[in-house]
Ligand binder design. Structure first.
Ligand code: NAD
Length: 477
């Protein structure tokens, strides 16, 4: 593979632009490659290429479209060790997670390959005698897709799958922190698709901003709330449809009747999977007073035992965080938690390993309250805070007291509380006796409130964003 990560426009690689080093967060002496940031003019050219290719792609026979998408998915699955290694090297998640994410990306393409053949319309009875009504879905046109670094291949896949299945073309703007994974993905797509159907522009916020204010027909964005607001405003100027999936502050409510092993294992997975750098990470552990002390003791001891190391070392359970900027931000929240009166149970520091990297210890604070900033703002790292509550009602109210609403979980053996939580918790996903993170790929995904704007992603519901409805009336005479 190349170690120069340029942009792909109309089937041609463009490797000119301003260069910056793509560094391995597990080992700062390891330069994975060089990111080449493209120009605003190239963004416009990419949109024009996607515009020209859209009727070509729409005209490709459905079975052929299905076969192409299936082959893309199969190549990702077949190469998940190789691509997963690069992903883990540049992003920092342990190899098992990098490999698993690549495999999942392949599954997304194969799921949407099958959706190509499931484009079934509706007919309606008319209020006027003798008139037939057909309701069908058509492609929207050209989509700009702007993605974050924390799932650099899966998120791109879950947006591209439905965009392509329903006959649209694409300009992808991946994160500037994961250009190598984006390059590998683009290389696969470029070999399977006609030129211009898939285009990619590499670079940072400037290039993302240029794409969101370009003449695309829709923008799908995943990233922070602050960026999502800007993108939505820019898209609306052009009347482009827009979908934003953003941050959160996900709670896990641990009831007094919880199975302790399930509670500890679920919270470990929720809080520290992908080094806590998940939009669905469990960052508020709301614990019933009857179980609080035992839970806090067992959970913080288990967190301290997590093996933090190089993403590609066997046995690593937590890799480094992705960048110096992320590390500094997370460490500032560790200091803030102390200043706000939280009790540090474990972690709270940077770790040294054989190679210099952005390693942070899994961190648990107890004695926090829901009004503290550490419980209101997204931290996006291996840090979680415990809030003690007296009863279920207080626990549910605390869980819902957030500006976000992506994922919420309860650990309980009470059917009554589980069912009540499923109905009353204000989150896009609610889970019982499971972590907030780790969801299926064939069902809708998205949040509420500040976590999400626009229709759901994933599963067949994705068609609401990636198609436009036409209502046809016929008077057969
Ligand atoms: P980010 O908002 O900094 O960047 C996301 C993408 O937007 C990147 O490609 C970036 O280059 C681009 N960008 C930055 N400024 C831009 C601008 N002004 N206009 C257009 N594009 C711009 O987010 P990040 O740090 O890459 O990712 C972490 C965030 O993503 C967290 O808040 C996390 O919760 C969120 N996230 C959400 C989900 C979800 O599905 N809800 C999934 C994963 C991550």
């Amino acid at each position: 593979m190349s170690n120069v990560y340029g942009s792909l426009i109309n089937g041609e690689w463009i490797n000119t632009g301003s260069e910056s080093a793509n560094v391995n967060p597990s080992d700062l002496s390891d330069q994975v490659g060089t990111l080449v940031e493209t120009s605003v003019q190239n963004v416009e050219d990419a949109v024009a290429a996607a515009r020209a290719a859209q009727p070509v792609w729409e005209a490709v026979k459905l079975e052929e479209r299905k076969n192409i998408m299936h082959a893309i998915g199969q190549e990702l699955i077949d190469r998940c060790d190789e691509i997963g290694t690069i992903l883990s090297r540049e992003e920092g998640k342990p190899f098992a997670e990098g490999r698993g994410e690549t495999f999942r990306a392949g599954e997304f393409y194969q799921y949407y390959a099958a959706e190509c053949l499931r484009q079934i319309g509706e007919s309606a009875a008319s209020v006027r005698p003798g008139i037939n009504i057909d309701i069908s879905r058509e492609p929207v046109g050209v989509f700009g897709l702007i993605t974050p670094w924390n799932f650099p291949i899966a998120i791109a896949a879950w947006k591209m799958g439905p965009a392509l299945a329903y006959g649209n073309t694409i300009v992808l703007k991946p994160s500037e922190l994961t250009p190598a994974t984006a390059w590998l993905l683009a290389d696969v797509l470029n070999r399977h698709l006609p030129p211009g159907v898939f285009n990619m522009v590499q670079g940072g916020g400037k290039i993302g901003a240029a794409l969101s204010s370009s003449k695309v027909d829709g923008i799908s964005f995943t990233g922070s709330v602050a960026t999502g607001r800007k993108i939505a405003q820019a898209a609306i100027q052009n009347m482009a449809r827009v979908q934003c999936e953003m941050g959160s502050k996900n709670p896990m409510l641990i009831m007094g009747d919880a199975d302790m092993d399930v509670a500890v294992a679920s919270c470990l997975h929720g809080a520290f999977g992908a080094t806590g750098q998940k939009c669905t990470a469990a960052s508020r552990l709301i614990v019933h007073k009857d179980i609080h002390d035992e839970f806090v003791d067992k959970f913080s001891k288990a967190a301290a035992e997590k093996r933090v190391g190089h993403a590609l070392d066997e046995g690593t359970e937590l890799g480094p965080v992705v960048s110096e900027g992320q590390m500094d931000k997370i460490m500032s929240y560790m200091e803030l938690a102390k200043d706000e009166g939280g009790e540090l149970l474990t972690g709270g520091e940077r770790l040294q390993r054989n190679k210099e990297g952005y390693y942070l210890a899994p961190t648990v604070f107890a004695g926090t309250t829901n009004d503290m900033r550490v419980n209101r703002e997204e931290i996006f790292g291996p840090m979680t805070c415990v809030i003690k509550v007296d009863n279920y009602e207080e626990g549910l109210a605390t869980a819902n007291d957030t500006e976000f609403g992506l994922s919420g979980a309860i650990i309980t053996s009470s059917l009554k509380h589980a069912e009540h939580f499923k109905r009353k918790a204000q989150f896009g996903s609610v889970l019982v006796n499971l972590p907030t993170a780790g969801l299926d790929y064939h069902v809708p995904f998205g949040g509420r409130n500040a976590s999400s704007y626009g229709p759901r992603e994933q599963g067949e519901h994705a068609k609401d964003f990636y198609t436009i409805i036409k209502t046809a009336y016929t008077n057969p005479g």
